[in-house]
Design a protein around this ligand. Structure first.
Ligand SMILES: CCCCCCCC(=O)CC(=O)SCCNC(=O)CCNC(=O)[C@H](O)C(C)(C)COP(=O)(O)OP(=O)(O)OC[C@H]1O[C@@H](n2cnc3c(N)ncnc32)[C@H](O)[C@@H]1OP(=O)(O)O
Ligand SMILES: NC(=O)C1=CN([C@@H]2O[C@H](COP(=O)(O)OP(=O)(O)OC[C@H]3O[C@@H](n4cnc5c(N)ncnc54)[C@H](O)[C@@H]3O)[C@@H](O)[C@H]2O)C=CC1
Length: 719
């Protein structure tokens, strides 16, 4: 709702009240309509100020309302009434003015912002466009290029940038409402015509067509199939080329298409899923709201290779003191240089001083005695990690949390080697750790809720999408990746090419297909794991039996490439060829294609035509099927956890919501039917055998995704 007060005798002060972000719910919109009318009809009121309670102006439309029949006064006429008012209306912007919140402010005649405020039109990230006049007013106010940038990216700008762009009229370091009231008094009685943004044309822009063509091309490339960014460009084009009323009509038409689209549903699901994963819970019943994190002021990182360096940077950038330990002198010197460089570049980008003094380097593990939390990132070797954990248990002060960045080892086994297993959790970062958004916080049966709470809170502080998951081989992300990659290998055996598979996945929306990704991360990584699992054999055997290992279908293709020294980009050869080692542009490699031909001949395989649909169904449904196993095992608490992991760490296209959301959109019965179909064709592939949870969900009527949690609980209780 909105509260009304008269201040300084002649200023009507309207305060939006809808915690936590003063979203424009039906009640708030009604409140604004009523209070604006009251202020305008009061002869004692000379001007009006609109602000939000609790230090936040407005987080935009109430996204939860989008899923219901929207009632209450619509935004567009409400904002129009404010702009048409015959008394000046000033927006006092603290905290955030986003989406509909900024559109409301753009309807006001003046905008005063606190220096710490953030403003933006992030609708595109929800699959929408600023359809309460934002796409028409912002270009008129700040010009077409700047408006295109803000609206197509959805980025939030600081108050300083907003002032520079002309979005706000004044920035204050003091009480924003007081400054706005003072300002409102000073402009009372002035002509408002120049302040009504909708009545002006966009500032002149030379070569408009060329500009829109260029932006459209750029947006199409980066959107990877998302429709909202394209509609945003079209809406701004309408602002630049049509009178306001016609532009608004175009805005409405474009929004009508977006509003009901599957992409908007997927993106809005992602928004809430990212917040839901913070409300973690463990099978033991421990939960986010009953587990208090320990304070972490000082942390340590052990092992300064690829991962340890990024983790050190991520910790130092949150303002923590970090002790960085590396036993090899040469590695330590290189790491120091690399970490300082990363901190300097990061600080430059954010316009702050680099936290170089926050990191202390040492070759001696004794240096970590007084830290609150340690993250171990030494080689992936259980004996070495066990030794390091035992040393840490002896050196660290009581209560220090011991975290491992292992990607595949058993967190619980490591914990059991320490005197205090309750203090051990996995913190599985992704490379490069200071850039990648995802963090899997892995708990074992003995990890204490406090340890999980502490790791989750630290992850949040580092700006990571932190997801608490149970302990199993590969945790959630890598466990699901395995069947996805294996299916891609099988498709090559059956007649596909790396180019075809990658194209199908990239058209689906992945930034890179599975083979380009494998070349980037290094084929030797998986090879080492398969060797450890006893799957790799000399490459001379042929026929079907050579491709059945440990009782299931196996493709040695990746191993054979590694035996040729083809590790991907780093060696200049992999599934593709590169101009030189380390180069990034993947090119068709005739060698690879004749190798595939010879391999098929050796194994009596006859290449057949494989289309994009089969690639998608086999790779994605195998991955999704593993997701159902993970839910059934209780490794992930809900589908949101899996989806956040895939969207923030594995390049799953956000506008498709994550693998489990995608399965829900496709229809569980369809996913089941296709898995059954492929399983019949490939009975020796266990990951195509539909999960019993998927079967049971289909049998129980395929409940929508927000009801899976309830359905799984019910199904488990029936077992
Ligand atoms: C044909 C129909 C025509 C319709 C025309 C409509 C046109 C429009 O007008 C379109 C829109 O505005 S769409 C909304 C645009 N606004 C946004 O995207 C801002 C979303 N919020 C944020 O960025 C951060 O919450 C923010 C920066 C604001 C605050 O961040 P924090 O980190 O402090 O807090 P969070 O943890 O993110 O959020 C706290 C709780 O608030 C919930 N929430 C946030 N924004 C919301 C919003 N706009 N609507 C509903 N709920 C919202 C958020 O979910 C969280 O609650 P829990 O999920 O329960 O934790
Ligand atoms: N590289 C990647 O993409 C990812 C790796 N991981 C995991 O992170 C861990 C580290 O991996 P990378 O950084 O790639 O390895 P790396 O080989 O680049 O670095 C390991 C570092 O640990 C140092 N080290 C070895 N023993 C030590 C000891 N006792 N004390 C201090 N330092 C010691 C080594 O000298 C080396 O500098 C592994 O468990 C790996 O599975 C997790 C996610 C992704």
């Amino acid at each position: 709702m909105a509260e009304y007060n008269r201040v300084s005798e002649c200023v009507g002060l309207i305060t939006l009240r809808n915690p936590p972000v003063n979203a424009l719910s039906a009640a708030v919109r009604q409140g604004i309509v009523d209070t604006v009318q009251r202020a305008l009809s009061d002869p004692n009121v000379k001007s009006v100020v609109i602000c939000g309670q609790n230090g936040i102006f407005c987080g935009g439309a109430d996204i939860k309302e989008f899923r219901s029949n929207m009632t209450g006064p619509p935004l567009i006429p409400m904002i129009h009434a404010i702009e048409s008012a015959n008394k000046p209306v000033v927006a006092a912007i603290e905290g955030s003015a986003l989406g509909g919140g900024l559109e409301l402010a753009l309807g006001c005649h003046y905008r005063i912002a606190h220096s710490k405020a953030r403003l933006g039109l992030p609708e595109v990230s929800l699959g929408l466009l600023p359809a309460a006049g934002g796409s028409q007013r912002l270009p008129r106010l700040i010009g077409v290029p700047a408006a295109l940038n803000l609206i197509t990216t959805g980025r939030h700008v600081t108050a300083a940038e907003a002032l520079q762009l002309g979005i706000v009229d004044q920035v204050t370091d003091h009480n924003t409402v007081a400054a706005a009231v003072k300002f409102a008094l000073s402009v009372a009685g002035r002509s408002l015509d120049p302040r009504r943004i909708s009545t002006h044309p966009c500032p002149q822009q030379p070569d408009l067509d060329a500009l829109f063509e260029e932006v459209m091309q750029k947006v199409r490339q980066s959107a990877r199939g998302a429709i909202a960014p394209i509609a945003c460009v079209q809406a701004v084009r309408a602002a630049a080329t049509l009178p306001y009323a016609q532009g608004m009509e175009r805005e409405r038409e474009l929004m009508a298409t977006l509003f009901t689209s599957g992409q908007a549903r997927a993106l809005q699901y992602c928004f809430f899923a990212e917040r839901a994963v913070g409300r973690w819970r463990m099978p033991s019943g421990a939960r986010w709201d009953t587990s208090k994190p320990r304070p972490v002021h000082k942390a340590a990182v052990i092992g300064l290779g690829t991962m340890g360096r990024g983790i050190t940077v991520a910790l130092a950038q949150t303002g923590l003191s970090v002790i960085a330990v590396e036993t090899q002198e040469k590695q330590l010197m290189e790491a120091k240089q690399a970490i300082s460089g990363m901190l300097e570049r990061g600080a430059k980008g954010r316009g702050v001083a680099p936290a170089l003094d926050g990191v202390i380097y040492s070759q001696n593990i004794q240096a970590v005695a007084d830290v609150d939390l340690v993250i171990e990132a030494v080689f992936e070797d259980i004996a070495l990690k066990t030794k390091v954990f035992q040393q840490l248990s002896a050196v660290c002060k009581p209560g220090t949390l011991l975290c491992t960045n292992t990607s595949a080892l058993d967190v619980d086994q490591l914990a059991s080697e320490t005197p205090n297993p309750e203090l051990v959790v996995g913190m599985h970062f992704f490379a490069p750790a200071h850039v990648m958004k995802l963090l899997e916080v892995v708990y074992g049966p003995r990890s204490s809720p406090q340890a999980v709470a502490t790791a989750m809170q630290l992850g949040k502080k580092m700006g990571k999408a932190s997801v608490a998951v149970g302990n199993c081989r590969g945790f959630v992300g890598n466990r699901m990746l395995k069947p996805y990659i294996e299916e891609a290998f099988f498709l090559l055996e059956e007649g596909a090419t790396p180019e075809l598979v990658d194209q199908a996945l990239e058209e689906f929306g992945f930034p890179m297909g599975v083979f380009r990704m494998s070349d980037l991360s290094g084929l030797d990584v998986g090879w080492r794991v398969r060797k450890g699992d006893g799957l790799v054999e000399p490459g001379t055997a042929s026929g079907r039996s050579a491709r059945i290992r440990q009782g299931r279908r196996y493709s040695p293709l990746g191993d054979l490439l590694c035996e040729e020294g083809r590790f991907g980009q780093k060696t200049g050869r992999g599934w593709y060829q590169y101009d030189k080692p380390g180069s990034r542009v993947a090119r068709f490699d005739p060698w690879l294609h004749s190798f595939l031909g010879a391999y098929r001949a050796q194994h009596g395989l006859v290449a057949r035509r494989i289309d994009h649909q089969e690639v998608l169904e086999r790779c994605l449904y195998a991955l999704i099927n593993e997701g159902f196993h993970i839910l059934d095992d209780g490794i992930a608490a809900g589908p949101e956890d899996i989806d956040v992991i895939y969207v923030s760490g594995y390049g799953w296209p956000r506008h498709r919501g994550g693998p489990m959301f995608y399965a829900n959109m496709v229809g569980l019965a369809k996913v089941l039917e296709r898995l059954e179909h492929y399983q019949q064709l490939h009975p020796e592939v266990p990951h195509l055998q539909p999960s019993s949870l998927l079967r049971r969900l289909v049998a129980s009527g395929s409940p929508p995704i927000h009801k899976w949690g309830e359905a799984i609980k019910k199904l488990h209780s029936q077992l």
